[in-house]
Ligand binder design. Structure first.
Ligand code: 13P
Length: 251
């Protein structure tokens, strides 16, 4: 049985003080000794250290929203895998569609970032997903396939990696993929991983769904055989909603 994983991606929201408050609210809503599923929150880089102090000793993991593929150097505005590791992150999101769309991230740079994060011992959440135009053009399968193959190029083990399927047209739009639409792509991803890493590794891989997950649709999505949790944007900014989603994954 795969352990479900739910991560709140706070994106560019919340000051340091607001992040601390939200983290405290999440812990309070989860309650003592929660162990239903793996849970993480990903504040901005700026708030990682302060949020990490709040999460210390809890079951909730500190996750970064990205990291660079060099340890240090002349990369203005970037933060390295080593730095996020040193501040207490155990996982990092790589290749989010907003990074691909607005910041020129490609499968090649995603691949470099993943390799560096893995070398620092971090768990990686690799995001993949097609745009609306790609879905309408009927190329979802080939887009996902190249994001997975090129993103994982040269990576020998899939075990420290989680894949998040986030259809771009469902992110922040209120338009969720139906559970059947999501399941279809999740199954495609697992089949690709079987081809690349073998059946056992593919069976163990967790594949999260992301894109307008809310307390009202979480249970139905998480009930699908190949959906192993969620990467939550908007709804993770509200502690009660986020925890309701976590609890839906824990049933
Ligand atoms: P929303 O939940 O706001 O649609 O965002 C999903 C997402 O991009 C999580 O990484």
């Amino acid at each position: 049985m795969r352990r479900k994983i739910v991560v709140g991606n706070w994106k560019m929201n919340n000051s340091v003080a607001e992040s601390e408050t939200l983290a405290l609210d999440v812990l309070a809503a989860l309650g003592e000794g929660f162990s239903g599923c793996e849970v993480g929150i990903a504040p901005t880089y700026l708030a990682l250290e302060a949020t990490g102090r709040i999460l210390e000793g809890s079951e909730v993991q500190l996750v970064a929203q990205n990291c660079h593929y060099e340890n240090d150097g002349a990369y203005t505005g970037e933060v390295s895998a080593r730095m996020i590791n040193a501040v207490g992150c155990t996982s990092v999101i790589i290749g989010h569609s907003e990074r691909r769309q607005y910041f020129g991230e490609t499968n090649a740079t995603v691949n470099l970032r993943i390799k560096k994060a893995l070398s620092e011992g971090l768990q990686v959440i690799l995001c993949v997903g097609e745009t609306l135009a790609e879905r309408e053009a009927g190329v979802t399968e080939s887009v996902i396939s190249s994001q997975v193959r090129e993103g994982l190029d040269g990576i020998s083990s899939i075990s420290p990696i989680v894949i998040a399927y986030e259809p771009v047209w469902a992110i922040g739009t209120g338009k969720t993929a139906t559970s059947a639409q999501a399941e279809e792509v999740h199954l495609l991803i697992r089949t690709l991983i079987t081809e690349l890493y073998g059946k056992e590794a593919a069976e163990a891989l967790r594949i999260q769904y992301g894109g307008s997950v809310k307390p009202s649709n979480a249970a139905e999505l998480f009930a699908m055989p190949n959906i192993d949790g969620g990467l939550i944007g908007g709804a993770s900014l509200n502690a009660e909603d986020f925890v309701a989603i976590v609890k839906a994954a824990s049933r």
